[in-house]
Design a protein around this ligand. Structure first.
Ligand SMILES: [Zn+2]
Length: 163
């Protein structure tokens, strides 16, 4: 999915998470689950597990430390909606969260992955997190096609309780 982009924060015209360029607009439209005032919540197209989300600020910004206070506050709403989905679909409110502060794509991302109460399931998610980090193992992870992304997004949206 990711075209190589220069590693500086001003490369908005090629950023895959910025909607003011054709590539970014297409990526966000395809993978979008919901929007808040300041964030897009997307489905990871190569998920570790079903429900693997990418939270990205709508504004192009490099990392957590360049978020405004309003954006930071809005994250509460984002996580609350994600929790509605995890509760409704997977019956869990436990997740693994990691941030990409400019690593790879220079647009801040928070990855959220649901995990169940089962130790084996948690262990498997963590093994997959290691595997996806290794070069050349990417093939192991299935890429979701547009109809699958759409179906999952629709299913998840039914679980969002408006706050
Ligand atoms: Zn961007």
């Amino acid at each position: 999915m990711t075209a190589p982009v220069p590693s500086n924060a001003t490369s908005i015209s090629t950023c895959v998470f910025c909607i003011d360029n054709p590539l970014g607009k297409s990526v966000v439209e395809k993978q979008l689950v919901f929007t808040t005032k300041y964030f897009h919540v997307l489905l990871e197209h190569k998920p570790i597990t079903k429900g693997h989300f990418i939270i990205t600020p709508i504004r192009h910004t490099l990392n957590r430390f360049t978020l405004t206070k309003r954006e930071d506050y809005d994250l509460y709403e984002v996580f609350k909606k994600i929790n509605n989905i995890y509760q409704g679909v997977f019956n869990t409110n436990t997740s693994i969260v990691y941030e990409k502060n400019g690593m790879g794509i220079p647009h801040f991302q928070i990855h959220v992955i649901p995990v169940s109460n089962s130790i084996l399931s948690r262990l498997w998610v963590q093994i997959k997190l290691i595997l996806i980090t290794l070069p050349g193992i990417n093939f192991f992870f299935r890429t979701l096609k547009e109809p699958q992304l759409r179906a999952i997004s629709t299913e998840f949206n039914k679980k969002i309780i408006l706050v």
